[in-house]
Design a protein around this ligand. Structure first.
Ligand SMILES: NC(=O)c1ccc[n+]([C@@H]2O[C@H](COP(=O)([O-])OP(=O)(O)OC[C@H]3O[C@@H](n4cnc5c(N)ncnc54)[C@H](O)[C@@H]3O)[C@@H](O)[C@H]2O)c1
Length: 315
């Protein structure tokens, strides 16, 4: 295949560049702001050493990965030899529509055009394009160079061949694709996250738990297993006879829970005063940036640990 064109080099674009380059692919950066690709490249060159030290570059060295990433002066030049385009412009339908129309006009006919959008359905920005069959969503969790899961979401007219090509590309770059059959608001991961967040807001809003109680329940509880297995595998192992046994034994526990859950919390209503007070007492606003660095270091350490245990214990 051709190279990877990264269109829009902010937070997610620069992270995709690392992900594809460490997967052995040549990557070309372009952004509407002429300085943005240079800023992205500086960020990339700063972080590659740390990834290499933690054996998170698929065995490559940081200089080789960096050498695979170049900058184009125009969108046309960026996509000229592309086999795959990863679009990462702001989360705004009008921008996505305009950028996809431009990309469809410029890209080689065999090139796939994928958006990183967090929530816009692919039909909304690809409808009516000549190359609508080659457009889809590939939604990462940031940063994709550390987090393997990526959602592939086709529009109704995306061809099966394009979905399969995108899946293979992700697998070859070390990702774990989730291939949806049809587009759906929130895709898979935001629907799961939304269900959990909604319950967390409800618990705090009614005073049953504090924001910190909820965080402890996940951080020191459920997420310990969730960091290496999903909820279905978890319940498969939580009853002697597996998932069906779990459902038969424990479904009744959840009956009153869902009867009590048929109301929506207003996330930015009065409940937010409680949550914000709790959070800001634990972490002052001026320390948010510092804590984000701590989070990123933890994520790097966790991924290094997961890779090691996968080798030792199997996946
Ligand atoms: N930030 C996240 O955690 C995250 C996670 C997954 C997906 N996403 C999605 O990825 C996309 C990008 O998000 P981000 O956080 O990187 O945003 P960002 O603001 O950090 O970067 C956007 C970049 O796009 C550039 N840009 C703006 N208009 C453009 C145009 N017409 N052509 C080319 N470049 C243009 C900007 O100069 C900027 O560099 C969004 O759709 C977002 O929903 C974000």
């Amino acid at each position: 295949m051709g190279n990877i064109a990264i269109i829009g080099c902010g937070l997610v674009g620069r992270a995709w560049a690392i992900s594809y380059a460490k997967g052995g692919l040549d990557v070309v950066l372009w952004d509407r702001e002429p300085e943005a690709p240079k800023v992205a490249l500086d960020y990339i060159s700063d972080i590659l050493g740390e990834l290499e030290d933690n054996d998170l570059l698929n065995g490559a060295d940081s200089a080789a990965v960096l050498a695979r990433i170049t900058i184009a002066d125009t969108m046309a030049e960026a996509v000229k030899n592309a086999g795959h385009i990863q679009e990462n412009t702001p989360e705004d339908l009008e921008i996505k529509k305009a950028v996809f129309a431009e990309l469809d006009a410029l890209a080689p006919s065999e090139c796939v055009i994928a958006s990183s959008t967090s929530a816009i359905l692919p039909s909304k920005f690809s409808e009516g394009l000549e190359g609508a069959h080659r457009c889809l969503v590939m939604h990462p969790i940031n940063p994709p160079y550390l987090i393997p899961a990526v959602e592939i979401v086709p529009a109704p007219w995306t061809s099966d061949e394009v979905v399969e090509k995108s899946r293979q590309l992700l697998v070859s770059a070390g990702h774990a694709p989730i291939v949806m059959k049809n587009e759906l608001e929130g895709f898979v991961m935001n629907r799961l996250q939304g269900a959990l967040l909604e319950e967390a807001f409800r618990l705090v809003e009614k005073g049953y738990a504090t924001a910190e109680d909820v965080d402890v329940g996940i951080r020191e509880g459920l997420a310990l297993r969730w960091s290496f297995m999903g909820p279905f595998e978890t319940i498969d192992l939580n009853a002697p006879g597996g998932v069906r046994d779990y459902a038969e034994r424990y479904q009744q526990i959840y009956v009153p829970i869902f009867e009590q859950s048929n109301w929506r919390s207003d996330w930015s209503g009065p409940v937010m005063d409680k949550i914000e007070k709790d959070r800001r007492e634990r972490l002052p606003e001026d320390k948010l940036g510092e804590r984000a660095v701590w989070r990123d270091k933890n994520l790097i350490a966790l991924m290094a640990h997961k890779n090691k245990t996968k080798k030792e214990l199997g996946s």
